[in-house]
Design a protein around this ligand. Sequence first.
Ligand SMILES: [Zn+2]
Length: 274
Amino acid sequence: MIKYFDIHSHLDFPEYGPDFDNIIENMNKVEVGTITVGTDLESANRAVALAEKYENVWACIGIHPADNHNEIWNEEEFEKLVKRPKVVAIGECGLDFFRLPTNELTGEPDLEKITIEKARQQELFEKQIQFAIKHDKTLMIHCRDVKNSNLVYEETYKTLKKYKLENPALRIHLHFFAGDLEIAKKFLELDCTFSFTGVITFANQYDEVIKFLPLEKIMSETDAPFVAPVPYRGKRNEPAYVLEVIKKLAELKGISIEELTAQIAKNVERIFLK
Ligand SMILES: [Zn+2]
């Protein structure tokens, strides 16, 4: 039985060790299902293996924009993986300007290296968009910028808009959405869906966007093992804690937890598990 969804976790990460069975047991106890996200080819292979082992786990396969700078898109290997039945999404892919190259001596931004890095990320991103279109899989988008900047979202939007116009059936999900209301409205025009993590239980800068978004565009996630919600803050996160995220989302939307839970389940079915 699955009642609640955590649409973005990293169950293959080294933070989960010998006690991994407890993580699955806790998920079963609270009736949580999750999509575990591989961040490079090796991680994607582990994600698929976990999805095939556990009924309430699905897999997302791809290459994170900034986690592994040495890996290039290996179409042949991902072609093999995408055919496995529990693979539901491609990513997490996108753009990450949080840690762009700096000069080793001065600490100032290294403009030449930044240009190369942005081009690398853009190419990797577009390969995965094309792959998702080819296989009719949902795109799991990762976007991260330096504080108080929308630049990464603007650039991501430009790229996604181009592909969405050519491929109206493309499904786009923005994981850990941290953009402002203005950019959220633009992504809504592309029919995107959005998910939020445990950060919303201890920071209020996401409240405005969450209150604004239509219910059928919202999903819950943990991004476990990172960003555990209150009251687990600072500890290793796990999918079972998604309940705390859902509670906070329901509070912000002014509806009951039951109503929101049912709506999120519908959204996950429509976007990921179709
Ligand atoms: Zn992630």
